[in-house]
Design a protein. Structure first.
Length: 132
């Protein structure tokens, strides 16, 4: 299973403490509408009927297939950064759950329970950048 996650336009409060005109520390909390897509790329067994003239037999074959399950939710981001002139160094923790990925017609995916699946979005990141 591959998991794709994306969000746009995070909103929330940002607190800044200016140590000097060029040096500052920021702390923030943000909410973000998020879309998560779980992509199943694998094989499954299917039974197919084979005919040889007037004789019908069945055989089990492995077939490749791809299915995806997409849902929307809200995630949270809590972080801080330090700024010096145009340089920025920071970290944040993203957390939340994307619920209601409910695709009952795909319940037969081998090894996965996708009905009422909840995807946890927690991750921690460090970043270095420029702020103009």
């Amino acid at each position: 299973i591959y998991i794709l996650q994306g969000s746009v336009l995070k909103v929330g409060p940002n607190f800044t403490y200016a140590i000097t005109d060029d040096l500052g520390i920021d702390a923030y909390y943000q909410l973000a509408p998020t879309v998560a897509s779980l992509i199943y790329d694998g094989t499954r067994e299917e039974t197919q009927i084979v005919t040889d003239g007037s004789i019908f037999t069945t055989e089990v074959v492995q077939k490749d297939y791809i299915e995806d399950f997409t849902s929307l939710g809200v995630t949270h981001s809590l972080g801080f950064n330090a700024r010096y002139k145009v340089f920025i160094l920071g970290c944040n923790f993203n957390f939340g759950n994307i619920k209601d990925i409910d695709r009952g017609e795909f319940e037969d995916l081998p090894g996965y329970d996708v009905k009422n699946y909840t995807y946890r979005t927690g991750n921690f990141r460090f970043y270095i950048g420029f702020k103009f």
